[in-house]
Ligand binder design. Structure first.
Ligand SMILES: Nc1ncnc2c1ncn2[C@@H]1O[C@H](COP(=O)(O)OP(=O)(O)OP(=O)(O)O)[C@@H](O)[C@H]1O
Length: 303
């Protein structure tokens, strides 16, 4: 189990994290979300022992994770951290990068392991390509494969798919999170993407204004968003005087209701339209299967 107890941290006297407490069970996946600058990357770096804490303690099982004042080498053996700027060796191949920290003692097993990892990140065709010739997204995939090569007990991922196109992202996300679950590797992901969270995280931690403002299952937070920050992470929403926070897909056009609105704009979204409307000076968003004429009066109800 990972235990984070009452940690405080500042950069040059600017407090970034205050009174942070949470635990993660072995094998669980937890995502950390929050606005840009809310301290997600800093928290991952603290979990890795990159900096000394101002206060508090971090434990993985019985080992305390300590910063550079106490350790010559940053990052404990059982933990891997994939930063936003991945640190690869550009002049050697993809396969060599992935195998760089694997033992040469059993060459056949080493090759098998590299092949397995190339499959997880879908880079088999690039095994012999030099890393300097890869795109940003391909490099990110090499960094992910290298991080899991020696099977850590816990992995910290900072925006792991940020450089990867949508076409590859879906399958890579499935492969990677499935692989980590199968191997019982605890995983902490800092992300802006709800798709990293909804299907794959056991818990979701929300950072805001130096503190944790929510820590619950993604389903619980999605279904009962306590505030606008949480709702906005999941999608387009409204804060209605009568109904509180309501997602756009929860409002439907009906024959009559107390919520009257005038259509302002229809946005094509593929399998639906997002409609922007005005209700007594308040902007309301809802989803509809066809575009609606600007100026049309409609009534909405929460479904
Ligand atoms: N090395 C540093 N020195 C000083 N301040 C820093 C340093 N790194 C980050 N900060 C500041 O600490 C705050 C938190 O930054 P952090 O990178 O942890 O946020 P984040 O939530 O990961 O943001 P993003 O989503 O944009 O990656 C920001 O205000 C940032 O400017």
């Amino acid at each position: 189990m990972l235990e984070v107890k009452n940690i405080y941290f500042n950069y040059n006297k600017t407090v970034v994290l205050k009174d942070i407490n949470f635990t993660v069970k072995t094998g669980d996946h937890v995502s950390i979300i929050g606005e840009s600058g809310s301290g997600k990357s800093t928290l991952l770096k603290l979990l890795y022992g990159t900096y000394d804490l101002d206060q508090g303690h971090i434990f993985w099982k019985d080992s305390e994770i300590l910063g550079p004042k106490h350790n010559l080498i940053i990052g404990p053996e059982f933990m891997k951290y994939v930063a936003q700027e991945f640190d690869l060796m550009p002049f050697i191949t993809v396969a060599e990068n992935i195998g760089a920290f694997l033992s040469n003692f059993y060459p056949e097993e080493k090759q098998e392991r590299i092949n397995e990892l190339l499959d997880v990140v879908e880079l088999k065709p690039f095994a012999k390509t030099k890393v300097k010739e890869l795109s940003g997204g391909q490099k990110q995939r090499v960094a992910l494969a290298r991080a899991i090569a020696k099977q850590p007990e816990i992995i910290l991922l900072d925006e792991p798919f940020s450089h990867i196109d949508n076409f590859k992202k879906q399958s890579l996300r499935r492969n990677l999170f499935k692989y980590l679950k199968e191997k019982n590797i605890t995983c902490i992901v800092a992300t802006h993407d709800k798709d990293d969270v909804l299907s794959y995280s056991d818990n979701m931690i929300v950072l805001h204004d130096t503190k944790i403002i929510a820590n619950n299952t993604p389903q619980q937070l999605y279904e009962n968003p306590e505030n606008k920050l949480i709702a906005s992470f999941f999608g387009e929403f409204n804060e209605l005087k009568s109904n509180g926070i309501v997602y756009a897909h929860q409002l439907k056009v009906v024959d009559t209701s107390d919520l009257k609105a005038i259509v302002k704009q229809s946005y094509y979204k593929g399998n639906y339209y997002l409609i922007e409307a005005d209700s007594n000076g308040e902007t309301v968003f809802f989803e509809h299967d066809i575009a609606l004429q600007k100026g049309k009066a409609i009534f909405l109800n929460r479904v």
